[in-house]
Design a protein around this ligand. Structure first.
Ligand SMILES: Cc1ncc(COP(=O)(O)O)c(C=O)c1O
Length: 370
């Protein structure tokens, strides 16, 4: 039965390896019945959701018999004011993943090509195959996983429709600088769209970090952002895209009418005003990044520079075995084999101080370093 149905599936799906998310804490709890589980595997906010968002959510829960206001009017108005764009420059999605998906669906024909970084967020490749578009991954620099945008430029062909930049890049934490981005975008032909996935932008500290936001009316640029990371709302599924009115208008044609829930919209609205929570989240990330950098280096990991809420590391020990050993102790981090990277790379989400201390303690016990 199974083999027959697979012959009916779109042929391009044969190339997709199913997405393996970071193991949910509940799954590990079911498997091992551990009293405490520390999840540092999915780049979530370790401080929890924005308290203001939780309060707003509680208020809205009694309205869930009603359909949401599909266009997310209030949220778009608020974002527009904050970002100094028009409300008509914004489209709201069920997570920024849906913004990426709607971009491909709206603009890419079968046989078109999408250029994106490797290693990077696996969804780009999955969506390319899902919509019958040709994925063209471009390796980041071998030595340090930094971006070489000339390599992206050199891969442009007459079939290139979309270039995705992930900035800061998941899983490597590498980022694109203003001058690099400007030179790249200035030379991009108008027949090509560029999607800048800025899911982690709120964590970026380099003053020279290059957001593509100011390019939305100069080139065919779409910026994708999310409430899943710094605002701590990953479970609610809400994100947004910012682009020219024309591009947003085209994407609106295929946006499912009720793609974001009323709860998610109101929680997101409240989270935007929760500047204290955002400040604390940035501060925790900054301090704990230094803590982990120091201790992981002592243990013998090579830790790559990161502008995000995770660290990309290379271990001398087998990454899969190390992650399994940590799981036995109730700690979940992410081996990078699922991202198509061999050689014992790991991605560790920066947690709360107590979580990071526990991680370091257990790594020292397992590896005997430090
Ligand atoms: C680079 C990148 N973009 C987008 C997303 C998806 O976020 P969302 O929850 O908004 O769909 C993630 C989530 O891990 C990510 O790492």
């Amino acid at each position: 039965m199974e083999s027959k149905i697979s012959t009916l599936a779109k042929k391009s799906l044969a190339f997709i390896e199913p997405y393996i998310p970071g193991k949910p804490a509940e799954v590990l709890f079911r498997e091992r019945k551990l009293a405490k589980i520390v999840k540092l595997a999915s780049n979530e906010n370790p401080l929890g959701p924005s308290p203001a968002a939780v309060k707003a959510l509680k208020k809205r829960i009694y309205d869930i018999n009603r359909y949401p206001e599909g266009s997310a009017y209030l949220l778009k108005e608020k974002l527009a004011g904050m970002l100094k764009v028009k409300s008509s420059n914004i489209i709201v999605g069920s997570g920024s993943s849906e913004i990426i998906s709607m971009t491909i669906q709206s603009f890419c024909e079968p046989e078109d090509e999408i250029i994106f970084p490797h290693p990077s967020f696996i969804i780009y490749k999955i969506l390319a195959y899902a919509f019958g578009v040709r994925p063209v991954p471009i390796n980041l620099n071998n030595s340090d996983f930094s971006y070489n945008l000339d390599a992206f430029f050199n891969k442009i062909t007459p079939r290139t429709k979309l270039i995705i930049l992930c900035n800061p890049n998941n899983p490597t934490g590498s980022h694109i600088r203003k001058t690099q981005l400007e030179r790249f975008l200035r030379n991009i032909p108008d027949r090509i769209l560029v999607l800048s996935d800025e899911a982690y932008i709120e964590y970026a500290e380099d003053p020279d970090f290059g957001s593509a936001l100011k390019w939305i009316n100069r080139k065919n640029v779409i910026v994708a952002r999310t409430f899943s990371k710094i605002y701590g709302l990953a479970g609610l599924r809400i994100g947004y895209g910012i682009s020219s009115e024309d591009i947003v208008g085209i994407m609106e044609k295929i946006r499912p009418p009720f793609n974001t829930s009323s709860c998610a919209q109101h929680a997101a609205l409240a989270a935007l005003d929760d500047t204290e929570f955002v400040r604390k989240s940035i501060e925790n990330n900054r301090k704990q990044k230094q803590y982990l950098l120091k201790h992981l280096t002592e243990i013998g990991f090579r830790v790559f520079p990161s502008e995000a809420n995770f660290l990309f590391c290379k271990s001398t020990y087998n990454a899969e075995l190390l992650c399994k050993e940590l799981e036995k102790r109730g700690i979940i981090i992410r081996p990078m084999s699922g991202f198509g990277i061999k050689d014992n790379f790991l991605r560790i989400t920066i947690g709360k101080p107590s979580e990071n201390r526990l991680l370091v303690k257990n790594l020292k016990e397992i590896l005997g370093g430090g």
